[in-house]
Design a protein around this ligand. Structure first.
Ligand code: ADP
Ligand code: ADP
Length: 227
């Protein structure tokens, strides 16, 4: 699903954000990505979503070598990845239904198809009764769940989450992770970038740890070095 082979990224000005990173995540796997601020987590996510290109090495997503992707093909490749953000990026002047429908409208689905798939996605995140609400009528945890429904409404095989629990308390954070587990159970590959070491320690998932751009651990979490 996701494969990084000897990937390095140097930004203009010479900052090495990633240094010879190797890992792969299979279909139906779930893993955390962690490291101090500046360790290279966002860069790694940006390489997967084609917002940056590697300086060296190759990135494969859903069997596609990203170095071969033309500018016109970028939207197609991105559709294979559901992205979830800390601040969920919801449109505040649109209803929950309309927010979740957005990716399907862009894809050009029929009204009937949109209704069916948005209802199904909102049911999965337990918000079937809130479709006519506006985001500011919802709690933080509910808003994050709308973001998850939107990311998954077109059934991408990969889910990438960037600090998805950043604004949530531990109980709500666990609820969000449980939702990810439900999608993971039906075969979605899930990668969660987080600083939340408490969460990582409790859940015992495979954890990729970056330090100054290098992958210093891949397995059960052993702590962030240098603290
Ligand atoms: P993290 O997400 O773990 O905080 P980043 O991937 O954002 O790490 O950053 C890794 C390193 O690359 C940092 O030193 C950061 O300052 C640098 N960096 C990130 N984006 C850019 C950019 N667009 N231009 C130059 N340097 C960048
Ligand atoms: P060149 O060979 O001249 O670098 P590219 O085919 O790499 O041309 O890029 C052509 C245009 O497409 C540029 O404007 C570039 O910014 C954009 N582009 C190429 N690849 C990506 C990408 N992975 N993500 C975003 N924009 C891209």
């Amino acid at each position: 699903m996701i494969r990084f082979n000897k990937v390095s990224k140097t930004y203009p000005g010479g900052i090495v954000a990633l240094n010879n990173v190797n890992f792969s995540i299979a279909a139906g796997e779930m893993a955390f990505l962690t490291g101090h601020s500046g360790a290279g987590k966002s860069t790694l996510l940006k390489l997967m979503s084609l917002m940056e290109k590697p300086s060296n090495g190759s990135v494969h997503i859903n069997g596609i070598d990203l170095s071969q992707v033309t500018y016109q093909q970028i939207p197609y490749v991105r559709r294979g990845i559901g992205m979830i953000f800390q601040n969920h990026n919801l449109l505040m002047d649109r209803t929950v239904f309309d927010n979740v429908a957005l990716p399907l409208i862009i894809e050009g689905c029929s009204h009937k198809e949109i209704k069916k798939r948005v209802d199904a996605a909102l049911d999965k995140v337990h918000l079937g009764n809130k479709l006519r609400c506006f985001p500011n009528m919802l709690s933080g945890g509910e808003q994050q769940r709308v973001g998850i429904a939107r990311a998954l409404v077109n059934k991408p095989p990969i889910l990438l989450a960037d600090e998805p629990t950043g604004n949530l308390d531990p109980k709500l954070s666990l609820e969000i992770i449980k939702l990810f587990e439900e999608f993971n159970d039906v075969g979605v590959a899930v990668l969660i970038a987080t600083h939340d070491l408490g969460l990582i320690a409790r859940l015992k998932y495979r954890t990729l740890t970056l330090k100054q751009g290098a992958m210093i651990n891949d397995g059960l979490f052993e702590g962030l070095q240098g603290e």
